[in-house]
Design a protein around this ligand. Sequence first.
Ligand SMILES: Cc1cc2nc3c(=O)[nH]c(=O)nc-3n(C[C@H](O)[C@H](O)[C@H](O)COP(=O)(O)OP(=O)(O)OC[C@H]3O[C@@H](n4cnc5c(N)ncnc54)[C@H](O)[C@@H]3O)c2cc1C
Length: 265
Amino acid sequence: MRIVVPIKQVPETRSVKMDEKTGTVIRDGVESIVNPLDLYSIEAALILKERFGGEIIAISMGPPQAATALKEALAMGIDQAILVSDRAFAGSDTWGTAYVLGEAIKTIGDYDLIICGERATDGDTGQVGPEVAAHLKLPVTTYVNGVNDWTDGALTVTRLVEHGEEKVSMQLPGVLTVVKEVSDPRLPTLDGKIRARETIMPILSFDDLKLDLKLIGLKGSPTRVVKIFRPKVTRECEIHTAEDEAGVALSVERLYNFLQEREVV
Ligand SMILES: Cc1cc2nc3c(=O)[nH]c(=O)nc-3n(C[C@H](O)[C@H](O)[C@H](O)COP(=O)(O)OP(=O)(O)OC[C@H]3O[C@@H](n4cnc5c(N)ncnc54)[C@H](O)[C@@H]3O)c2cc1C
């Protein structure tokens, strides 16, 4: 099974800052890590490789330092890593990102499966996985918490739904987005770290991918962050004190009326 795992480098959660003017994430001078939820997609790919054999290729679109995230994936056991990096990609929204990733994945040749994380902890949209599938015209199964079998070209998985689980069979090639429940990510090994350090990683640029400039970057992105702000949480509080039993009854009645007016009871 040939598996592609798109991973994103994100700011360490406590360091996420936004530029209120442009609506973009400030990445300069901020500690970066592998998107924590992508560790689960890496793990899912490693489990599938252990069961069915094959090869895993990690791919990341980002600035040159995103290579560090790819090295971590290599240290966990991924076979190859590709960095997709060019100034022209800066400012792309999720659709632009998915277009670039989709075109980069096309250069890999035949593959069976693309496994994305559920969402990135910075952008947090959960859109890129399904959008990559849309660009590549592939079926997608989201919120996958277990991969059961791969027979006759179809992958059987379970996915989380509101009140339980759903069993889905998807013809490959296809795309999965996985949730934490899929399996606990393994730690990088010393051998893996040495291999990661020695691996020469190809970097794909705008020119390599022959992309349409109209579909990437701030200008090519169909969505815009118009405004970002911290929501103000205001709470109005009523305090009822009761001196005696009659007061308690009155307080209870007021509370009941209050809840009834708001259709809570
Ligand atoms: C309306 C809007 C406008 C934006 N405008 C800008 C902007 O102007 N400038 C800017 O820098 N950013 C911008 N962003 C953020 C940028 O679009 C996201 O960083 C990027 O598209 C990934 O989206 P996400 O973080 O929501 O990922 P999600 O969709 O939550 O990620 C899901 C999964 O997709 C994969 N994935 C996501 N991103 C990558 C990646 N880069 N490489 C490999 N795999 C990946 C991972 O497997 C990840 O787990 C914008 C986002 C939105 C929603």
